[in-house]
Design a protein around this ligand. Structure first.
Ligand code: NAP
Length: 484
């Protein structure tokens, strides 16, 4: 298949926090891969900014090391890396100080896209936004990219939005949720709105329920103190899983346009019901397999923060009334697997005996590993001896279907950074969306805090607490097995 990489406009991208973990693991290697693929024009510049006293050569060394560590061997070409590094420079800046801003201003060029990636703690967003604007470094066409977490409740998200709005218009603000940069997540929209097949049955009348699972095998060791202030609800559900839920549940936007798409997502969030306490299960992983449990990793013996959550969510609108969405996410689970399963209802009348192997149709969208989709359908089991049914997958693995290009799926970050340069906000969260998601999440969190509830322990390498199984069983349903 012919490559369809379309170069973006030339840009100056400043990465505040350019020496940090996210920059080294995702942003800088991702930019190199886009350069390697021919999408980043040669006239573009990347400027690292942090307090560390580095010169250009020192920062280039850091970037070269990051490429070495995080870019696959087949894309590490010496000549290409050298050309990429020529486009890299560094300025030492304290976000809260006065030094370095004149130097940064002098480095910026006119006639290219200006983007500023805030890969720093959210407490610094305001200081950087204010200085970019008061020093005349950002103009009315410049873009800023802000990382998660975007607030820890509605009040802090509103304050953050107000701080950014004091210096930048909403059309300039790109709030990253890297789940939206995943190929399969965008494919959800393509499958729903570019085919006649699914949309007519995409409703409560035909869909029994939806399961969204994000399971990780890692624990919180190394960042337990940070995680303990957040927990699975704030870290995963309010943002990433909410975005997945929106893309499954939203009405067709009138056009694939940033505000049209985000308007529809916002309507879904506003239609979410409060979640009853009996529809929530929270867990904490126990010690096992030679490793400490959540309590040891969080360094907080009295911690009531959840490393696992499962919940049943209802959307009060015509399309979804009566069809629950079950969400679950956890750490130290049996496998690393993220998927969405749309589980369809039984046919209205069966001419076959159900005992002969009937199972419900499912559309399974795999986010990781092996991005792709599977449609589980019933067919006749081959062979003589009567009509026995068997469920088989119609496998739509992108790597198989699209050859090399399908296998070479760009990382979510590199795709989203290119969208920033293109000026396309479709895959970024709008301020009102984030606030609506917190307005839904806040009372749920306040509820269990007010009731003083402790999460249940669950074994590492398991599927989570037993009560999470009960959440489904009592509705006559079952979770899909968590497996890679
Ligand atoms: P990190 O490793 O701690 O890096 C922080 C960066 O900010 C460093 O480059 C640091 O360099 C710089 N910095 C700190 N204080 C500064 C100041 N006053 N002025 C200028 N620069 C300053 O953090 P990170 O993991 O890269 O995370 C960055 C942001 O991304 C955070 O908001 C985080 O929540 C978010 N995020 C990270 C990940 C991830 O996988 N790491 C994933 C999702 C979201 P100096 O100390 O030299 O100044």
């Amino acid at each position: 298949m012919v490559s369809r990489v379309i170069p973006v406009d030339a840009f100056d991208l400043v990465i505040f926090g350019g020496t940090g973990d996210l920059a080294k693991r995702k942003i800088l290697p991702g930019l190199y891969r886009r350069f390697w693929a021919g999408q980043m024009p040669a006239e573009s510049r990347i400027i690292g900014a942090a307090r560390a006293d580095l010169d250009d050569a020192g920062f280039r060394k850091l970037v070269a090391d990051a490429i070495d560590e995080f870019v696959s061997q087949d894309k590490r070409d010496e000549a290409m890396i050298a050309q990429f590094l020529e486009r890299i420079s560094y300025v030492s800046i304290d976000a809260t100080g006065t030094g370095g801003w004149d130097q940064l201003k002098a480095m910026m060029r006119s006639g290219v896209v200006r983007a500023f990636y805030f890969s720093v703690a959210p407490a610094l967003f305001g200081a950087i936004a204010e200085r970019l604007s008061s020093n005349g470094i950002a103009d009315s066409e410049s873009r800023i990219v802000v990382e998660k977490p975007f607030g820890r409740d509605l009040a802090s998200a509103q304050a953050l939005n107000a701080t950014l709005a004091a210096h930048f218009a909403e059309r300039q603000i790109y709030r990253i949720d890297h789940y939206l940069g995943k190929e399969t997540v965008q494919n959800l929209m393509a499958v729903r709105f570019a085919n006649i097949l699914f949309e007519p049955i995409w409703k409560a009348q035909y869909i029994d329920h939806v399961q969204i699972t994000v399971a990780e095998t890692v624990g919180v060791e190394g960042r337990g103190a940070y995680y303990d202030k957040s927990g699975a609800m704030r870290d995963m559900v309010q943002n990433h899983m909410m975005q997945l839920l929106c893309l499954i549940a939203m009405e067709p936007p009138y056009h694939f346009d940033p505000n049209a798409v985000r308007d529809e997502k916002l309507k879904v969030i506003r239609a979410l019901d409060p979640v009853a306490p009996q529809d929530i299960v929270r867990g904490q992983y126990l010690a096992g397999g030679g490793q400490g449990g959540y309590i040891e990793h969080s360094e907080n013996p009295a911690s009531r923060t959840e490393s696992y959550i499962a919940m049943k969510v209802h959307i009060s609108n015509w399309r979804w009334a009566g069809t629950p969405f079950y969400l679950r996410t956890g750490k130290r689970m049996r496998a690393r697997a993220s998927e969405i399963a749309i589980v369809f209802k039984e046919p209205p009348h069966s001419i076959f005996d159900h005992a002969s192997g009937w199972r419900e149709n499912q559309l399974v969208i795999r986010l990781q590993p092996n991005e792709g989709m599977n449609l589980m359908v019933m067919i006749k089991e081959p062979g003589p001896g009567g009509m026995r049914l068997v469920q088989v997958p119609l496998d739509m693995s992108f790597a198989d279907a699209l050859g090399e290009e399908g296998a070479d799926i760009p990382d979510a970050y590199e795709r989203l950074i290119m969208d920033v340069i293109r000026g396309n906000q479709t895959l970024f969260m709008r301020g009102d969306e984030v606030e609506a998601a917190w307005a839904w999440a806040d009372p749920i969190i306040e509820g269990w805090e007010g009731r003083g509830e402790k999460p249940q322990g669950y074994d590492p390498g398991s599927s989570g607490p037993d009560d999470a199984l009960m959440l489904m069983h009592r509705d006559g349903r079952r979770w899909r097995e968590i497996r890679e």
